[in-house]
Design a binder for this molecule. Sequence first.
Ligand code: GAL
Length: 390
Amino acid sequence: MSDRLFPDGFVWGTATAAHQIEGGNVNNDWWDWEHKPDTLCAEPSGDACDSWHRWREDLDIVASLGLTSYRFSLEWSRIEPAEGEWSQATMAHYRQVGEAFLERGIEPVITFHHFTTPRWVVAAGGWTEPATVDRFARFCERAAQELAPVLRRGCTLNEPNIVSTMGYQLGLFPPGEADVALKDRANETLVAAHRVAVAAIRGVVDVPVGLTLSMTDYQPAPGGESMVETVRRDEDVFLDAIDGDDFLGVQAYTRMLIGPEGWIGPETGVPTTAMGYEFWPQALAATIRRAWEYTDGRVPIIVTENGIGTDDDEQRIAYVRAALDGVLDCLGDGINVRGYTYWSLLDNFEWVLGYRPRFGLVSVDRSTFVRTPKPSAQWYADIARSNRLA
Ligand code: GAL
């Protein structure tokens, strides 16, 4: 059974993001978007999981599961609520969170931007405005200075390709633009922002820094070959920008069959999840392989997100088991995968879809905020502790 073992030092973690769990993040573009009448948003984020106050409960659960890393994000709009105004109290909050995790032997993995952008940055042009690059660099530098004692790994931008495609091409995320030229411009700004953020964070603290990328297992349906190349380009512009980084965070959830016009929807007979896409855990290994091949193995990989939105916890276990099986195959083929992070610790605010898709290892009562670990949490903990897929 030795082939079921993960390598020594393989990192096991779980992840969250500020806007999805903290609650009351009223000063960013998503809050506005959630309250606009003409968007597809199911409901506003509101109090989310109230993790701004209840983060110690979250910590206790992560610790009880024996995980060794916790990925969370900083809310830029709380840290810098107006240009050049820095909230010491907010930075102290995040530092306290980091310290508490470290004390319990859990490494804080900090994401500097996870989808939400302060109102003032958006008012000044957002991600199609070149000046946002320097603003982001300044934020990263300042936050890294404050958090240096607790930062163990830094993720600059979460899924910049989703920020650009959903926000500027498909109009589903803020700012709700639907223009390929704007998407391309956003990609350029985000690539530049990543590069300056790496330099800014490394200038302050000597920890691994990298990008997290949303990767989809795009497969051609009949006639879709060239469209696959087109949709992959929004991943590739970022894969082209990570040379010299300490790691690449791969985040994968599903497969998409691509026809001449784009995604043709789920294949008949393949089950779908609460997200409306296919139950396809094989996507993780497929995208790890693609990232590794595309970058000629120059950058180690960490799975910084993988998981499933489902009300069926058995299905969650089946999904993660199959995904991890694929990770073991990748490792067996010599691909340098250093860790796995389950998305998400908590059932939380799933962006446009609100609270309906439940990705958590832990459920959260929407009126009392009481956290209840699901059986999958224990199942995952056993794998992490034994470093073996049973
Ligand atoms: C990712 C995103 C997370 C979470 C997850 C599940 O795209 O980074 O915030 O929402 O998908 O859909």
